[in-house]
Structure formats: structure tokens, C-alpha cells
Design a protein. Structure first.
Length: 392
């Protein structure tokens, strides 16, 4: 089996990764932020010949990160940070099934072959209404400062209901199962179903890119009154990428893993109480072995239930059944003491449920370089009482 494991992992995560490679994969890589995921570990990379794993890409097709550097210094806006944070929380739509308050235009809503697929075409109105919404879970809008005091915006979310409902359809059509400890659902790209899925997935990619672009522009307007930027870094991390490795065309499914080819820049977010980074892929033997892939975050070490306790939903309300390990009030005090203005979020997104980003990055030092270390100033997320089926 051609599998490279980077960093330290629970045995069940490694076993899940082995199962993915055995199930039609050519090669696999488990990045250092890896943990158990739906059929394929988050942080897992699997390469296929003329096939893709629907469950590997996951329900949040094209979830990804975007960061932009503004021509604005922290010292210029420090006195406005509370105002900026409140404006972000008010302007950007967070949470389940939310429609955007502003109609967002994007070419992908009008021009894409995937809309001709009946099940995808039926989602067009919903997709138009949700474009630019962020969702819940670990999806966020952050404001940072870098080593030179420049302001950065960072966002993390994907294709929302369009991706979730498309995946639900294709997973069922291909005979796949939903769940963590299930075999991956791999489809032949020479089949009609495989081609339809590929079109739908790529539409999800265009849609997610457009949404993240819009949110970054809106936050930029809040901060500086325009959309001028010095640097833009934008990556998917739930996607099947058509690439060439060792002279062979492969479809590389990265679930919670960022493409990092030589010279390619990546934005990787840490927890709300930790740094985030701008990385650049290196041209090294190790990077090649990694299928030019790196981490997408710090990596969860505590489940949402373990952190926040058990709850159930009844009549649209979240009812607590048992307490978790994280005290949310203490979490908020700790984050505030670090100078972070926090809007929304819950105990399940506490810094204590994630690895430290520097620790994870140390395992990838031979394949990526750190260009910038970003210190969080504002973190905006959906509230703890938001249920969101569109996250993965």
C-alpha cells in the first residue's frame, strides 16, 4: 500500500485512511492535522485513476480558505475594531440555510453545464439566495494583523446547500453510505454518473469561490471603504483536483487538505485563539511524496460532543442533555484576554479542541514555508445554537 502518514494520529484515523487507499486509491497521504472524517479522514489525500470518491470530497464541496492583505495598518483601525466586528456580524449571514441579505451576482449562477442536470438545476434558486452566506460549525470570517502590522481578512466556508444537496443525491445514486466508518463511495469517471458528479462538483467549486470573494469584498468595504487589496490567497480543500504526478494524470481527492505545489501560496487557519499562516509550497522530494498537499488547519483533537456536551433539537431549539468538557464562559474570557473580539461561536470551537498550529506545521516544514504569521483580532462565526447540515 502506498500511504504516507505525516505526524501523530489515532489508530482509527490511520485505519480509515488505509481503507480509502485500498478502495481503489493509487496513493494516499495523511496530513498532520488529520482526524476521523466521513468515510475519509479530514486531512486525508487519495489519488485515483479515472475515478473520484464522492464521500472523500464530502458534503461541503469546495470548502476552502481565502485571505486578502489590505493596504491598511492595524494602527490605523485599532480604535475601530469593535465597530468593525459588529458590522461584520451584522452584514455577513451566518448559520443554517440562511439567505443573503443582499443579492449576489456571479457568472456561475448563469453559465455552467451542471445546471442542465435535473437535480442540480432544481437547486439554482436556493443557491442564488445562499451565495455569500458562511454557515456554522468551524466556518468563520476573521480579521488579522501580520508581522508588519498589515491587516488581513480570512474566511473559511464552502458551497453551502448546493454542495450538500448535490452530494446527497449523487451519494445515493452511486449506492454509497453516509457515515464515518463506512467504505468510500468511488465512482468511475467513464460512467455517465461519474461525469455528472464531476460537473456538479466543479460547479460547487465555482460557487464557493464566488461566495468567498464576495465576503472578502464586503469585509474590505467595512474596514476601508473599498475592495483594494495587496495580496490574495485562495484555495479549496474539499475537492477532486485533476493533476499530473510522475507523468500520470490522476484525480487527487483532498478532504481537508490544501494543494501546495512549488511556489503556490496557501492560507491555513488556526483556532480562534491561535495564529493563522500564509504558506508557500516548496520544490522538495518530501513535497512530491505528499502529492503536493499540506494541512488546512490545526486539526481537531476533541469531538464537538465531547467539547460542548450532548444536545438534541426539538421544534427548532437546541436542548442540552449533558455537559461537555469545555466551559464556554471561561473560553470566552480566555480568548478575550488574548485580544480577540469574538462574535458567535460555541464551546465546540474552543481553542482547546484543536492542536496548536505550530506543532502541526512542524511536521510539514520540509514541504512548505511560512511566509506570514497572522494574529487574530476579530473572529466572527455562527452562534452555538445554530444547527447546520451544510457543514462537513
Amino acid at each position: 500500500m502506498d500511504l504516507k502518514v505525516i505526524g501523530q494520529h489515532e489508530e482509527k484515523t490511520i485505519e480509515q485512511m488505509k481503507n480509502c487507499v485500498n478502495f481503489g486509491g493509487v496513493k494516499g497521504v495523511l496530513c498532520a492535522d488529520g482526524h476521523l472524517g466521513y468515510a475519509q479522514p479530514v486531512g486525508g489525500v487519495v489519488a485515483y485513476r479515472d475515478a473520484v470518491s464522492i464521500s472523500g470530497v464530502g458534503f461541503d464541496i469546495a470548502c476552502g480558505n481565502m485571505a486578502v492583505k489590505l493596504p491598511v495598518k492595524h494602527s490605523e483601525i485599532e480604535h475601530r475594531l469593535d465597530e468593525i466586528g459588529l458590522a461584520i456580524a451584522k452584514t455577513i449571514s451566518f448559520g443554517v440555510g440562511r439567505s443573503n441579505k443582499t443579492s449576489v451576482e456571479a457568472e456561475c449562477l448563469d453559465e455552467d453545464d451542471a445546471w442542465a442536470i435535473d437535480v442540480v438545476g432544481d437547486l439554482r434558486d436556493m443557491a442564488a439566495a445562499q451565495l455569500g452566506t458562511v454557515g456554522s460549525g468551524n466556518h468563520y470570517v476573521d480579521v488579522f494583523k501580520d508581522e508588519q502590522d498589515f491587516i488581513w481578512i480570512g474566511v473559511h466556508f464552502g458551497s453551502r446547500g448546493l454542495g450538500h444537496k448535490s452530494t446527497t443525491h449523487f451519494l445515493k445514486a452511486a449506492g454509497g453510505k453516509d457515515g464515518m466508518l463506512v467504505d468510500p463511495c468511488v465512482v468511475d469517471l467513464k460512467s455517465d454518473l461519474g461525469q455528472q458528479y464531476l460537473k456538479a462538483m466543479r460547479l460547487g467549486g465555482r460557487y464557493a469561490y464566488a461566495g468567498r470573494e464576495w465576503v472578502c469584498d464586503e469585509v474590505s468595504r467595512i474596514i476601508q471603504g473599498n475592495t483594494e487589496r495587496l495580496v490574495e490567497v485562495h484555495n479549496h480543500h474539499n475537492f477532486a483536483f485533476e493533476e499530473e504526478h510522475d507523468g500520470e494524470k490522476l484525480f487527487v481527492v483532498r478532504k481537508g487538505s490544501t494543494p501546495a505545489f512549488p511556489g503556490q501560496k496557501c492560507f491555513v487557519g488556526g483556532s480562534m485563539g491561535d495564529i493563522s499562516v500564509i504558506l508557500e509550497g516548496r520544490d522538495t522530494p518530501e513535497a512530491k511524496e505528499n502529492l503536493y498537499s499540506t494541512i488546512h488547519g490545526a486539526g481537531r483533537v476533541m469531538s464537538r460532543t465531547e467539547a460542548a456536551g450532548k444536545s438534541r433539537w426539538a421544534k427548532g431549539k437546541k436542548l442540552k442533555i449533558s455537559e461537555g468538557k469545555i466551559n464556554e464562559a471561561e473560553m470566552r474570557k480566555k480568548v478575550a484576554a488574548q485580544g480577540v473580539r469574538l462574535y458567535g461561536a460555541g464551546a465546540d470551537e474552543s481553542p482547546d479542541v484543536y492542536r496548536k498550529l505550530d506543532d502541526v506545521l512542524s511536521y510539514h516544514a520540509d514541504s512548505v514555508s511560512v511566509l506570514h504569521r497572522l494574529t487574530p483580532l476579530i473572529v466572527a462565526m455562527a452562534g452555538a445554537d445554530e444547527f447546520d447540515p451544510y457543514k462537513d
